[in-house]
Ligand binder design. Structure first.
Ligand code: C2E
Ligand code: CA
Ligand code: CA
Ligand code: CA
Length: 278
């Protein structure tokens, strides 16, 4: 029994070693990726219901690894948070999104706002708010056109984060609370920081047409946002049926594959098509 235990222990140890190795490799690759331009941003439309007019976009980072191919942000963002690269990467993401927004403005196609996801580690970093203000000044971006998306964990990473969110709000930046309803104290966040937008998590949207319970929750969240004077965005809307049900429940904003996938430029002139026709 002792030998078996020992073997089991060794197995766990080597498993941990390989996990640590994988994490270190990915972390090192991330650093190279930033200095060699392997990241790019895509933008997903946020639309008004029921017509589907684009009112905003959310920026989402993409990484094409030279050997592994596309790596999901759900996999590499946590690694970048742990090895600290998220500070530099986050700055690059913010600057790139602001520059892209300014380009849309100069082409006369800019939506009302662009959203940028910000992680806990960034908000807790001293000087973060100053660095945001600097990017706004350098790109000529108005704070009123920027939405910073945070999650409950971002806020409750520490008191510093609450302070930083308040300062972003004071700059005139709108705060969106992402993945609303999935945490343990989503309502607590609403008391702690000046949120303007609630992004209702996809898990509540998925079954809104098939489950009365989900419809009741989705409806209660609309009552809540209405009562607090907030804007609700339904996340992950994949079908026309969901969009119709959400509109009936009172939703006026939505995002999801049904309306548009994240793409490099949702407002690109359709020059290719025009060229083909011409
Ligand atoms: P999130 O902020 O909740 O972003 C929404 C995710 O849902 C995106 O996945 C988007 O592509 C996906 N999505 C949108 N509509 C639909 C739909 O109708 N169906 C389904 N199945 N999925 C949909 P993505 O781009 O893979 O990002 C995953 C997560 O990684 C994000 O979740 C966010 O937490 C993080 N992330 C992505 N980009 C950034 C970034 O620039 N900075 C930071 N800090 N985190 C990011
Ligand atoms: Ca988000
Ligand atoms: Ca989300
Ligand atoms: Ca999320």
């Amino acid at each position: 029994a002792k030998a078996a235990g020992g073997r089991r222990h060794r197995w766990y140890a080597s498993e941990l070693d390989s996990q640590a190795g994988e994490e270190a490799r990915l972390g090192a690759d991330l650093r190279t990726a930033l200095s060699t331009g392997q990241f790019h941003l895509v933008y997903q439309p946020i639309v008004a219901l029921p017509a589907g007019d684009v009112v905003g976009v959310e920026s989402l980072v993409r990484w094409r690894h030279p050997d592994r191919g596309p790596v999901s942000p759900a996999d590499f963002i946590p690694v970048a948070e742990r090895n600290g690269l998220i500070i530099e990467l986050g700055q690059w993401i913010l600057r790139t999104a602001c520059e892209q927004y300014r380009t849309w403005q100069s082409r006369g196609v800019a939506p009302a706002h662009v959203g940028v996801n910000v992680s806990a580690r960034q908000l807790a970093e001293p000087g973060f708010v100053d660095s945001v203000a600097a990017v706004l000044a350098e790109t000529g971006m108005s704070p009123h056109d920027l939405v910073v998306e945070i999650t409950e964990t971002t806020v409750f990473g520490g008191g510093v984060a609450v302070r930083a969110v308040q300062e972003l709000h004071e700059l005139g930046i709108a705060i969106a609370l992402d993945d609303f309803g999935t945490g343990h104290s989503s309502l607590g966040v609403l008391q702690a920081v000046p949120v303007k937008i609630l992004k209702v998590d996809k898990s509540f949207i998925d079954n809104v047409t098939v489950s009365d319970r989900h419809a009741v929750i989705a409806s209660s969240l609309i009552q809540l946002t209405g009562g607090l004077g907030l804007i609700a965005i339904a996340e992950g809307v994949e079908t026309a049926e969901q969009a119709e049900a959400l509109h009936r429940l009172g939703y006026r904003r939505a995002q999801g594959y049904h309306f548009g996938r994240p793409v490099a430029d949702p407002f690109a002139p359709r020059s290719d098509v025009a060229a083909q026709v011409a």
